[in-house]
Design a protein around this ligand. Structure first.
Ligand SMILES: NC(=O)c1ccc[n+]([C@@H]2O[C@H](COP(=O)([O-])OP(=O)(O)OC[C@H]3O[C@@H](n4cnc5c(N)ncnc54)[C@H](OP(=O)(O)O)[C@@H]3O)[C@@H](O)[C@H]2O)c1
Length: 405
């Protein structure tokens, strides 16, 4: 296996294509397809070895089937938007092709991040002898694999509490911009928060719980409890879990803009009339905001993303953090991308390598924590995302552990 079709030539898809093109031993045939050919042309010009490009509307199953039939990839990596997950999975089933993505399906008309739509494909992929690998970005992706690593390598006998902590301490110099697709990002952060405790999902108003978290190489940052899709799969796959929460940092300016967008209805998903035309406010807002792939130039600072795990080992309480730090300026120098696109785009390349080498295998639909973690982490580290494991001493991260949830 060595043929890959990447769909979606956006900020993160560009990183996937460039990193595959740096490893022709693993990826002998690379095709990048997107809604607009011009997006593919821009990425192809950045690749250090030649790749094929194609135009496809991945909402259209027949078009995608025709493209897959022509390219004959071993694996399709979906780097378009979550809306395209199901049509691309349908096209993979129709052509007997393996599938991978970095974000779970969500319907266009309501911001709901749930795996049930994609998990419902399990039997069909299994019967066809095909593999679908879900959520192989950074979070979801590396964060799931960090938890799996702690479980598989015996760092804990039981992991009881997981806090996934995501900090972007970078500065892109814009008044307001999102680091990945604005529509998907704004839908994610403005929905109600949710976390899992003692077997139940608990909903909270959006951004209503916050705490200071001390991030490696970055320092203490105000972090907000939001819902994130990997919580749903980790609850299923980490044994003995009592609680899982997800925290993300937002600056005051970002929160101020969100409040204004929300209060005047700019993030609405229902169509409104404008000069006799139906427009969806969120789509209009998206068109006003900077495209994430244009943020890289001049971006300074770092991302610091990881998991803080509490549990027991040999009857003793243990607290560990597993994380990666990534520098915006360095990723821009390497692949003309900011660190959020880089941390999203490098893991699918490592995941595809695991799949091609047979380290990750199985028929059906899988989340990444169901596969061996260590070979993936060793591979992704070589490609630019090293992981670190540290003990969290007593007294550190106290605000996080004491926040009432
Ligand atoms: N797991 C993680 O860590 C993580 C983190 C961030 C983002 N993500 C996910 O990564 C994905 C890409 O994010 P991004 O920041 O790269 O977004 P982006 O820059 O907006 O790129 C998305 C690309 O998808 C293409 N596209 C949209 N609709 C399409 C269609 N119907 N058919 C074919 N191509 C289509 C667009 O192509 P054109 O340019 O050709 O129009 C666009 O370039 C999203 O699903 C996002 O949720 C995951």
């Amino acid at each position: 296996m060595d043929r890959v079709l990447i769909i979606g030539a956006g900020a993160a898809g560009s990183v996937v294509a460039q990193k595959c093109a740096m490893d022709r031993e693993t990826f002998q045939h690379i095709t990048l397809a997107s809604r607009r050919l011009v997006s593919c042309e821009k990425v192809a010009a950045l690749c250090e070895t030649p790749i094929e490009i194609a135009q496809v509307d991945a909402d259209n199953v027949e078009e995608t089937v025709a493209l897959i039939a022509q390219v004959k990839p071993d694996l399709v990596i979906n780097m378009a938007l979550p809306y395209q997950d199901l049509p691309i999975m349908d096209a993979c089933l129709a052509t007997k092709t393996h599938y991978m993505d970095t974000a779970n399906y969500e319907p266009r008309d309501v911001a709901k991040f749930e795996y049930h739509w994609q998990w419902a494909y399990h039997e069909r992929f299994k019967e066809a002898g095909l593999t679908a690998i879900l959520g192989c970005g950074f979070d979801p992706g590396c964060t799931n694999i960090y938890c799996a690593y702690a479980q598989q390598e015996g760092l804990f006998d039981e992991i009881e509490y997981i806090d996934i902590v995501d900090c972007n301490a970078g500065d892109h110099g814009k008044t307001f911009a999102t680091n990945f697709n604005p529509e998907i990002n704004l839908r994610e952060v403005t929905q109600d928060g949710r976390y899992w405790k003692d077997g139940e999902w608990i909903e909270i108003p959006a951004l209503s719980i916050r705490t200071m978290i001390d991030y490696p190489e970055v320092g203490p940052k105000m972090s907000y409890l939001i819902y994130h899709e990997e919580e749903e799969s980790l609850v299923k796959h980490i044994k003995g879990l009592k609680q899982i929460r997800f925290w993300m940092t937002f600056g005051e300016e970002y929160i101020k803009h969100l409040d204004v967008f929300k209060s005047i209805g700019l993030i609405g998903l229902e169509p409104i009339k404008h000069k006799g035309m139906d427009i969806i406010p969120m789509e209009f807002l998206k068109d006003l905001l900077p495209v994430p792939s244009t943020l890289a130039e001049g971006y300074t600072g770092k991302t610091s993303i990881g998991v803080i795990l509490r549990g027991t080992k040999d009857g003793q309480p243990v607290t560990k953090m597993i994380y990666n730090v990534c520098d915006h300026a360095e990723t821009n120098k390497e692949v003309s991308a900011q660190a959020v696109s880089y941390t999203t785009g490098v893991p699918p390349v490592a995941g595809a390598t695991m799949f091609f080498k047979g380290e990750w295998s199985g028929a059906g639909v899988f989340n990444v924590e169901q596969f061996p973690a260590k070979p993936f982490l060793e591979d992704v580290a070589k490609r630019g995302l090293p992981w670190h494991v540290i003990d969290v001493p007593t007294g550190k991260q106290d605000e996080l552990f004491e926040v009432e949830t």
